[in-house]
Design a protein around this ligand. Structure first.
Ligand SMILES: Cc1ncc(COP(=O)(O)O)c(C=O)c1O
Length: 443
């Protein structure tokens, strides 16, 4: 590949198969990140770039935080690894208590995992097993949502609904059905879409179709970030909750992105939407992206069903080598210390309107088809280029913004934004200024 611009110290760019990436395209003009501090990345050409996507929706405290680094360093020096199969260490017990203190008393347990994908697989397995353990043998069906995203595992792609994620994948979970995608009925709408009953009516129709006796659980995100920040109509989650209650169906809420202050509270389902799920999953910002860490929070009734009814010595044949890894637990503790001390769970409440107005000021610029936002997230929907493969124009915009000093995320026809919670208003202004300049020049 003689015409490829190879960063000087790399001999083989094809050695790393980059996930969810246009590998061919990247390797024609590679750009590497070399350092990160606060809100900024440094690229291999020395350029400083403002991180407007919190890494990948995960570095909510920004980068290079010394308190997290110190906590992880000390923990590795004291206890670097402990299994949690049949023996464990004290950190996950204490950390679980701390995390559960943000949730209602009916939540009694945390199951630690390493990613959002693992959290989703774990939650769905728990839900299916719970129904079996309580004698509801026919409750085997899972309901997801079109355009939903819960990770890359087989369970997650089966209940998720982003079409490319199941491309070339003929084997998926059986007994799955889906709610329709959240649609943005009103373009350029600020924040939540107006109240309507479309999601609730769709769930009732699925219950009619399959019978509630066959449905184990519904899994949804409060805000569909990966699909392009699709914002459900007001009241949707609450209505889904009450239908699930009425029909004895578990509700799993995927807060992989929306927990940890992203929507202005520790957990958005509870504090923003007033909904108590049966299972909540999170990951991403839990350890600020420093170390892989995810968690599944369950209502006590689920744990009790396993402990009281399991016919085997081991109650749940599930887990991961790195579940409750000591360094990851230490990282989460340090992250929570910072959130609590600096009021970061609630910071979005101060910034949300400023952020919303700032990104909606891009309305009317070339190729801007829609703008959506909620909490400290946002999406600019870009008109596809009719002469190029889908997503090309957004990728060009992403590159141009990067060159101009702002990193967003190009995802299909959407440029997604999710700045760190420590951002200041002048940084928001800078993001919008760069986006506006680059949109003006976009072809
Ligand atoms: C809502 C949601 N759930 C699950 C996942 C999967 O998380 P991970 O990439 O850590 O496996 C993601 C990732 O973007 C997500 O946005």
């Amino acid at each position: 590949m003689p015409d490829v611009q190879q960063p000087s110290n790399l001999t083989r760019l094809d050695a790393f198969w980059m996930p969810f990436s246009a590998n061919r395209d990247f390797k024609q003009s590679p750009r590497l990140i070399t350092e990160a501090q606060g809100l900024h990345y440094t690229l291999d050409n020395g350029q400083k770039v403002l991180d407007a996507i919190s890494g990948l929706w995960c570095s909510s405290l920004g980068h290079g935080n010394k308190e997290i680094a110190q906590a992880v360093y000390e923990q590795i020096g004291k206890l670097d690894y402990s299994p949690s199969y049949q023996i464990s260490h004290e950190l996950p017990f204490k950390l679980s208590e701390r995390l559960l203190s943000y949730l209602p008393d009916s939540f009694g347990q945390t199951f630690f995992v390493n990613s959002g994908s693992e959290a989703a697989e774990t939650a769905m397995k728990m839900a299916l097993a719970y129904q079996q353990l309580r004698g509801k043998k026919d409750k085997v069906c899972l309901i997801g949502r079109e355009m939903g995203y819960h990770g890359a595992g087989f369970g997650a792609i089966s209940v998720g609904g982003i079409p490319n994620n199941t491309r070339y994948c003929p084997n998926l979970l059986q007994h799955v059905d889906k709610l329709p995608a959240v649609s943005s009925k009103f373009k350029f709408h600020k924040g939540e879409q107006p109240e309507d009953k479309s999601q609730a009516d769709a769930l009732l129709a699925l219950i009619d179709k399959h019978s509630a006796d066959t449905i184990a659980a519904v899994i949804v995100e409060p805000l569909c970030c990966s699909a392009g920040v699709l914002v459900p109509p007001a009241g949707s989650l609450k209505r889904l909750r009450s239908i699930c209650d009425e029909h004895d169906i578990l509700l799993i809420v995927d807060e992989v992105i929306t927990a940890m202050g992203r929507l202005g509270h520790p957990f958005s389902s509870l504090d923003r939407y007033g909904v108590v799920p049966d299972i909540i999953i999170t990951a991403k910002s839990l350890a600020n992206g420093v170390i892989p860490m995810g968690a599944v929070f369950t209502q006590r009734k689920i744990y009790d069903a396993f402990l009281n009814s399991s016919e085997t010595l081991v109650d749940f044949f599930h887990g991961y080598t790195f579940s409750a890894n000591p360094a990851a637990c230490a990282a989460v503790n340090a992250v929570l210390d910072i959130y609590e001390r600096d009021g970061l769970f609630y910071r979005v409440q101060e910034l949300e309107v400023y952020w919303q107005d700032a990104i909606h000021s891009l309305k009317g610029l070339p190729f801007v088809e829609d703008i959506r936002n909620l909490g400290l997230t946002g999406a600019i929907q870009i008109t596809p280029d009719p002469n190029a493969i889908s997503g090309s124009r957004t990728l060009r915009l992403f590159r141009a913004c990067l060159e101009a000093g702002v990193m967003a995320r190009a995802n299909g026809e959407v440029l997604a934004l999710c700045p760190p919670l420590i951002i200041e208003k002048e940084d928001i202004d800078r993001i919008v200024e760069v986006l506006a300049e680059q949109l003006q020049k976009l072809q």
